[in-house]
Design a protein around this ligand. Structure first.
Ligand code: GUN
Length: 302
């Protein structure tokens, strides 16, 4: 039987509708809207596409939205100065520096320079530390893991006591997600395995998974016979495997062999139209929450 498709587009639309109402409420209450700056260095096509979608969504929600494009040869000092400017800007509640950065820039130094209270990506060590502590300490959940967790909860996937296998240990997805799924509470309580490029017999680990999340960056890495029948499969991969001359768009493939996997899985996300739209929705949610905290503090209610 064919798997149920987890529709990230429909799910994100519902989330964004809720946020639109929150923006209206903030405008009415404080006379201000959430402010988000996206900083793009260079012209990597995937990064350009991601940032364009983020700024477009922010604009559609009625945010104060600023896009800062800088050439690939910008110095680290110039980039740090730009971040410093937005750290001090009271109309900006969220700062996002699109990754990866060019090799001559120290990514860690850049991420550490963002005010943790405006770190809507959740990549600052203060926010990652709070994520590890869990519960009330959590300020910003990183957007892709948060989007995945939200999709699982909204799809009614049972995580409590489930075997969750995360493939890929990036700072952006795998590492934070593995922590989040193991925390106490809704969307957590799973028994988590974090698999990676050095994992022995990756297929065997995947076959144990009730919930399998793949963020390896390898097109069609996960085959149908790696999937436990009825399992939930979340595909985070966005691999550019070709170019369609007619549409002028990149041809994308996930990290899962979707056509075969959907015949085995119980629930599965497509690529595109799965995790990607939810990542953007969670960025918007983080920015609205950040704005709410900043505006309440400015108005002496925090
Ligand atoms: N590059 C790939 N994913 C992300 C993300 O979630 N945030 C940022 N800033 N860069 C990315």
């Amino acid at each position: 039987m064919s798997a149920t498709i987890i529709d990230g587009v429909a799910m994100s639309r519902a989330l964004l509708e809720g946020l639109r109402a929150e923006v209206a409420e903030l405008r009415e209450h404080y006379g201000k809207v959430p402010g988000l700056v996206t900083i793009l260095v260079g012209e990597d096509p995937a990064s350009v596409s991601y940032v364009t979608r983020k700024t477009r969504t922010a604009h559609e929600l009625g945010f104060h939205e600023v896009q800062e494009n800088r050439p690939a040869d910008i110095s680290e000092a110039e980039l740090l100065a730009l971040i410093g400017r937005y750290n001090a800007d009271p109309d900006i509640h969220g700062i996002l520096v699109q990754l990866p950065l060019p090799k001559h820039i120290d990514e860690t130094r850049v991420l550490h320079a963002i005010d943790p209270k405006k770190d809507v990506d959740g990549f600052h060590p203060v926010n990652l530390g709070n994520l590890l502590i869990g519960g009330e300490a959590v300020t910003f959940r990183p957007c892709t893991p948060a989007g995945i967790q939200e999709m699982l909860v909204r799809s009614g996937v049972e995580l409590d006591g489930a075997e969750a296998v995360v493939v890929g240990r990036s700072n952006i997805v795998g590492k934070p997600l593995s922590v989040m799924l193991g925390q106490k509470g809704p969307g957590g309580n799973a028994t988590v395995t974090l698999a990676h490029s050095h994992t022995r017999d990756l297929a065997a680990h995947c076959r144990r998974a009730d919930v399998l999340i793949v963020a390896a960056g390898v097109p069609k890495l996960v085959k149908a016979d790696w999937i436990k029948p009825g399992a939930t499969v979340i595909d985070v991969g966005v691999n550019r495997v070709g170019f369609n001359e007619t549409t002028g768009k990149a041809i994308l493939a996930g990290d899962v062999d979707f056509a075969a996997a959907r015949e085995v899985a119980g629930k599965i996300t497509p690529v595109p139209g799965g995790v990607g739209p939810m990542t953007i929705a969670m960025l918007m949610q983080n920015t609205v929450r950040s704005a709410r905290r900043h505006l309440a503090a400015e108005n002496g209610k925090a």
